[in-house]
Design a protein. Structure first.
Length: 182
């Protein structure tokens, strides 16, 4: 079986999640910080600074609504679920974490995790997420094989890499399946 690349997993593989529990909405009060290109230990992007960046406010005249994300199939309560919400096809395709419209770092919970993103327009959005079980802020890999779970809105399976149009969801309830290869 071919192994998806990290950007493909993050930007397209199975990531559309909102997490249950006490999860933190991190977009409103934390100042944006530059994101490191990669983590030296794993050579994968570190989502923590980008997910904690201030969310872009809706522009004039657009209806403000809520996107409620449910992440299904979380295998443990270890670590966090890191979620990125994209509203731009180019940013999504490039996995440009500096251009997230919103994001969250949520406590993991075995089974299902839900989180609501308020203050968004109707959409469309593409969602990418991963289960940071070891707490290092990156999707841990063994070679090209993810050791932690990941997901993308619109993905039909663990190797599906939907383009923005196929991954797009509108505000309202959204379900994303977490995939674990190990």
């Amino acid at each position: 079986m071919p192994s998806p690349s990290f950007p493909a997993m993050l930007a397209g593989v199975t990531i559309s999640a909102v997490i249950i529990g006490t999860g933190a909405f991190l977009a409103a009060s934390i100042e944006a910080a530059p994101i490191a290109a990669t983590s030296p230990a794993t050579d994968t992007p570190d989502l923590r600074p980008a997910l904690m960046a201030e969310a872009a406010p809706p522009t004039g005249g657009e209806a403000v609504t809520q996107l409620t994300l449910t992440v299904e199939g979380v295998r443990s309560a270890q670590g966090t679920i890191q979620v990125g919400v994209f509203d731009d096809a180019a940013a999504y395709a490039a996995a440009d974490l500096n251009r997230l419209v919103d994001g969250a770092i949520l406590p993991a919970r075995k089974g299902t995790v839900t989180h609501s993103f308020a203050g968004l327009t109707g959409g469309p959005y593409a969602i990418a997420l991963f289960h940071d079980e070891d707490g290092n802020g990156t999707l841990t890999l063994s070679g090209d094989i993810p050791l932690e779970g990941y997901g993308t809105s619109g993905a039909k399976g663990p190797y599906d890499e939907p383009a923005f149009g196929d991954a797009s969801v509108m505000a309202g309830p959204v379900r994303v399946r977490m995939h674990y290869l190990q």
